[in-house]
Write a protein that binds this ligand. Sequence first.
Ligand SMILES: Nc1ccn([C@@H]2O[C@H](COP(=O)(O)O)[C@@H](O)[C@H]2O)c(=O)n1
Length: 667
Amino acid sequence: CDSCYGPIEGHASKHVRVVKRMQPGALDARYGPTRPLQWGQLNVLHTSDTHGWLSGHIKEANYGADWGDYVSFVSSMKSTAESLGVDLLLVDSGDLHDGTGLSDSTTPNGEISNEIFVKQTKYDLLTIGNHELYASEVAYQTFNNFSRAWGDKYLTSNVEIMNPETQEWEHVGKTHKYFTTKHGLRIMAFGVLFDFSANTNASRITKAADMVKQDWFQQAIHHPEPIDVFLVLGHNSARPGRQASTMKTVYSAIREAHPNTPIQIFGGHSHMRDFVVYDQSSTASESGRYCESLGWFSMSGFNSSTSGFTGPLNPKGVPNPNRTATRGERNTPPFLYSRRYLDWNRLTFDYHAPGSQFLHNSIAHSHPNLISSPSASNTSFQLKQQGAQVSSSITSYRQQLGLGKVYGCVPQTFWVTGVPFMAPNSMYTFLADAMAHQIVNPKRAKIPRVHISNTGMARFDLHKGPFTMDDSYITSPFPSLVVYIPEVPWEKAKGVLERMNKKGAGQGRRVEYNTTSTGAPKKVLGKREEIMGVPVGNGGGRKQEVLEVGYTTEDDFGVDGDDTVHEKIAKYEIPGYFGTTAGFPEWKKGGRKGRKQEPRVVDLVFNDFINDDLLAALGGNYTAEDIKFYMEPSNYTLRDFLVPYVEQNWQEGMPRCEISGLRPIVG
Ligand SMILES: Nc1ccn([C@@H]2O[C@H](COP(=O)(O)O)[C@@H](O)[C@H]2O)c(=O)n1
């Protein structure tokens, strides 16, 4: 089938499919977790920054599960919570758009991925991200469809939209929700976006510092009925001081009114795994990005005299939370906590919810304990089937959208932050070259060009293997228009990139692009040796000799949060912008052969997301009036140059491209 991405006979990955789960062609993880989760009275599974990755990471074994596998996992975990007599909530911190073909190749984007997200996934609370607010069509889709589908579970405490019917500002979702869980916990929840300002003017965001003074918020925190715990969701970094987080502002406003009540924060936006201790009864979790990580949080300590909780203090037959959120204080409150960051693959899901996954045969054999577990029963079959339906609907949507169509073979992996900026295998070396080759207006081809783009336009590493339509969105998902300022004197143009990088990217750009948590306090409560000392299982109890690279997180609870042990992945800083020159004349006579001449004028070519920052760095009398469309047709965007580049330059190895499937140690 030439329109689908799947296993090919004799394919280098030698992947043999025996069951219909995950997406065709996706790889299985080679090894997984070794420690059961700690179940408390309140348990939470947390997603954030999924950015459309519902098909899973087809080229990466470690994150190969799709949304269907996850759906089965969640259902199984909810049943386990039920049998333990405790609460399990599912929460999401937003940013569902901009990252893959499944979310971004529809009009408006999110049309299909949102439907998959909503259909079978039993979320209890959700909130909005900045990527739901860049474009008004997406903001209105969120308001009209997504928010309505979730009703009072969708919390957008500081985000409003202009309702075209009433011509009034209205919250996209609800400001807050007061509810009682199945087992009696009385919860007040909010959903607070960071102070985002690059939003469509069809929306408006109230700064957290102003929001906490609003009447509705004050009334909510002084709610007449008892509150056992506050939950603060937010597309908003969990760690104060990171990425313009305003979580501390919300926390402080609640703490002022409730000195001892637990406040649990579930953040997002910084694309990291993190856990932060705010005080003895308040902690914050952040659970990564792109369906690579699933966060687990649990706590105990609620009793019948101080809360409405009706279940056991410690659920039986499972490990329980065992850490206090103290900084050495005495007279600590009774609350105990645990947190874990799960890798998004079926091995992980089946380890923690035995029988919830259709495992690949080779893994099934090395997991005899899991396969013969009591839950591998009829119920488990139904559970698997439920997710399998979601998986197969993703497969058919991918086919409809042509996402598996292969255009060429990626010769080597190109890294966003995994290698030094502008190294030969840096994403930006590749993009600069592809832009210089492809983004040329034939009518202006004789005029030398300077191409400038924001590094944030590239969202993910481009893995060795088939280059599909999906990969073109995964690498460059934004429909930013290609624009230019004609014939700028070279003397003015040549310093622009450097000046832009000196100033840094404007609001909305990720300041840190990280795969490991940094900046955690020195206090380390759990040591990596504790998990490294345990033989790392490959399912059968054999020692895994070679660790694959992946997340190695350090947070306020220490270094034992990652559910599966990995080798640290390399990470290099990247500036806000990158660029290249193209079409410069070469010296013919005089100067040294091969050296480029300095032109008198250049076309300054960029994308409209960075108009303001570029104009500021260019200075002079240039204004927005000087910015024109560069390509014909004028609606040419950053989504349009990769496929033709690949068709022209990456045909070697077609049609059976070699795939690595792993993140090798680089750098
Ligand atoms: N049209 C757009 C929108 C966003 N970006 C880039 O994405 C960054 C924000 O992404 P987060 O996941 O960190 O919220 C933004 O800073 C830009 O770099 C873009 O390039 N074009």
